[in-house]
Design a protein around this ligand. Sequence first.
Ligand SMILES: Cc1ncc(COP(=O)(O)O)c(C=O)c1O
Length: 420
Amino acid sequence: MSKQNNELKLKHLFDGGEWNVYDPSVLNLGVGAPGTDLLEPCCDIFDQATAHCLKNEKVVNQSLIFQYGPTNGTHKIRNEIAKYLTEMYESPVHSEDLIVTTGASQGLHFLLSTMIDFNGYIFVDEYTYMIALDSMKHFSSLTIVPLKLNDDGVDLNDLEVKVRDRRFNSEKKEFWAIYYTIPTYHNPTGILFSPTVCRGIVELSRKYDFLVLCDDVYNILHYGNKPLHSRLLSYDSRTDADYVGNVISNGSFSKIIAPGVRLGWLEVPPRVQPQLLRSGIINSGGCFNNYTAGIVGSLFELNLAQPHIARLYAAYKDRMLAVNKVLESELPKTCKCLVPSGGYFIWIRMPDHLKASEFLEYCLKHEKITFIAGPRFAVEEGKGEQFFRLSIAFHKKEKLVDGIIRLCLALKSYMNIVKT
Ligand SMILES: Cc1ncc(COP(=O)(O)O)c(C=O)c1O
């Protein structure tokens, strides 16, 4: 074992090897993050927002932005987020329901560590956000249970059977189990959960009293007609006679402003808020990201965030529509893909005898193109080999379109080599 830690001097998360998204010799179609062209305006708008925020701190706020912040974040930032989301979701978001986080990844970790019995269960879709799975595995006493996914969302029968069989009364934590999902433009499948499935999930969560954590980082990125619902949480209506408060929405500015900013929010029911705000991790440090939240508050107040988000949205939409058009004509007919109406990802299913990990090697060798093979998103070992995920977020449209055409050609030639 080495006695020294490595110092790689990386500039970003995707640095190094075939994952270096900035390496011009390899086209990386796997990265779920906004590209350089989309982040470029950030220096200028954050410059203005920082000057505005710090001037206010100096002149009228006794520099309190540098103090430990209120546990849920200042009223100002929660109010700005609530105002913006209410407009985008076209359904009310209340500032008092929000808790500022450093992004959805931290939101998930925070909830797992505070709300779920350590001998309990995490229900997840059979294919899900791979790094969320990595986080869950740190909680090694929790059991991860995969659920069948249909084209309109999780299979409600499967959810009910698996939940019913495992339910127990937790004496130590508020919930015996959590269902983690991405109901709006799911990662990796691109699925938008239907109203029927959303309603069904809420009914089951009430019946068996488990927590539903919606990873809502792609919610406002819809490229077709607006969906009937903005988020699954809106089905857990407080006016229902049997309302208890079982759903949390876990949001983030990573995909719509910039991931390096590390700012997000949890939208939580009154039932869980006091427990979260009493936890040591938030009470010891105060608001998880007080300084940055202040700057982003000014970004909204100065109306700099809104057009920036609109720019990212327009670029993503343009990219997704262009890629879908290419796939419609170029993807081999024996492959299948659900045409996503929003978000970042396209999930392609190859004929069952093919393996995405082997096609990935072929693609890298012949076209210098990479993507993420299905097994990385699967809970169960050996599953997902016939799938792979593409992302539209990072590269400009022309580069993406050229890459997808080449990928489809490579797929055709690979399929000719690997016959049944
Ligand atoms: C479903 C999902 N959740 C969370 C994240 C990460 O969010 P954050 O940057 O807010 O931690 C990603 C990023 O790829 C994601 O796809």
